[in-house]
Design a protein around this ligand. Structure first.
Ligand code: AHR
Length: 322
């Protein structure tokens, strides 16, 4: 059953905030200042996420300093350093890749500025470098995609040849969505990933890489697993241009559940989209207020999500918020 309900879900003990309490004194006439470093504007999902953060900050009376990293880690590190220099109250960011954050996070900790991770995780060993991580369980999203495929291909003796469009190399969603999907399909040797390459979460790259897959494998391809809807939408164009029918000749699975994916499902061109909600703004602002009030917050806040096969797309579409 599709599910759009989201809730706070405590997975770990409450974080100790004592070491991170702010240098800047709170007062009623001084609004909280949040420095937010965004990944970029690579997808429909990201645009909705940015909009959610900007509008939630406005509604919460939080002053937002927003920086777009254009998918480059060095830009995010620069932005975080600038936020530290400006003595913002809280820093939040969605890390473009998982590794390489220790140094700058230690600088934030030394400046006593709490850091909140949103959407994507870091793989730092020292988890005292951030207060909490709000976002989806990407491994579970990959598993949902895998389970849907296993169910769809029941009774098909195989082989079932899969091509995979991965997200940005080194990013948490690309790593985890691959892992979760592989974990499920590994149970049956009829499933084979015959090609796997990054499409960097963009439509243009998704189309380009799918063209290359089609050129190399042609009609051997039975399934496309795309780590996001934008890449799937780009790939659909490539499949049509190659004279094939998307969602019929090639089964297509993607992740996000953006409006563009619903339109593709309603048009009969995409089989299923696993939900990944970008609407993290209100949760982020609430957590920031708790942190600044010295309250304990959960170390991990997981977004609850569903899965939408094409059969339910028309009915669900009017309810979609992104
Ligand atoms: O980190 C979330 C992912 O980043 C979304 O699935 C993708 O569309 C975006 O670019």
């Amino acid at each position: 059953m599709p599910c759009t309900r989201r809730s706070f879900n405590t997975l770990a003990a409450a974080a100790s905030l004592a070491a991170l309490l702010p240098g800047r004194a709170l007062s009623a006439d001084k609004p909280l200042v949040l420095g937010f470093s965004q990944v970029g504007a690579e997808s429909e999902w990201r645009t909705a996420n940015t909009e959610s953060i900007k509008s939630a900050a406005k509604d919460a009376g939080i002053t937002l300093k927003f920086s777009d990293a254009q998918q480059k880690q060095e830009n995010q590190i620069k932005a975080i350093r600038a936020f530290i220099a400006q003595k913002v109250d809280v820093i939040a960011f969605s890390p473009v890749v998982e590794s390489g954050w220790e140094t700058v996070l230690r600088e934030a900790k030394a400046a006593k500025i709490p850091v909140v991770l949103t959407d994507r995780a870091v793989n730092a060993k020292d988890d005292s470098l951030y207060v909490t991580f709000i976002g989806s369980d990407f491994t579970e999203e990959g598993r949902k995609a895998g389970r849907w495929l296993v169910d769809k291909m029941k009774g098909n003796a195989g082989p079932i040849n899969i091509v995979e469009l991965q997200g940005t190399v080194g990013s948490a969603p690309a790593i985890d969505r691959k892992k979760g999907f592989e974990e499920i399909i590994a149970a049956d040797p009829k499933f084979k990933i015959i090609r796997s390459q990054t499409g960097d979460f963009t439509r243009a790259k998704g189309k380009e890489v799918m063209e290359a897959f089609l050129k190399a494998e042609g009609k051997k391809i039975n399934v496309l697993y795309a780590h996001n809807d934008d890449m799937a939408i780009g790939a659909i164009q490539a499949i049509e241009e190659a004279g094939m029918k998307p969602a019929q000749d090639i089964t297509i699975i993607s992740i996000d559940g953006v409006k563009g994916a619903f339109e593709a499902m309603i048009a009969g061109k995409l089989n299923v989209s696993v939900e990944c909600s970008p609407l993290l703004g209100p949760q982020l602002m609430a957590i920031i207020k708790d942190i600044k009030a010295g309250k304990s917050v959960p170390k991990r806040i997981v977004t609850e999500e569903g899965i939408f096969p094409m059969e339910v797309a028309a009915k669900e579409f009017p309810k979609r918020k992104y």
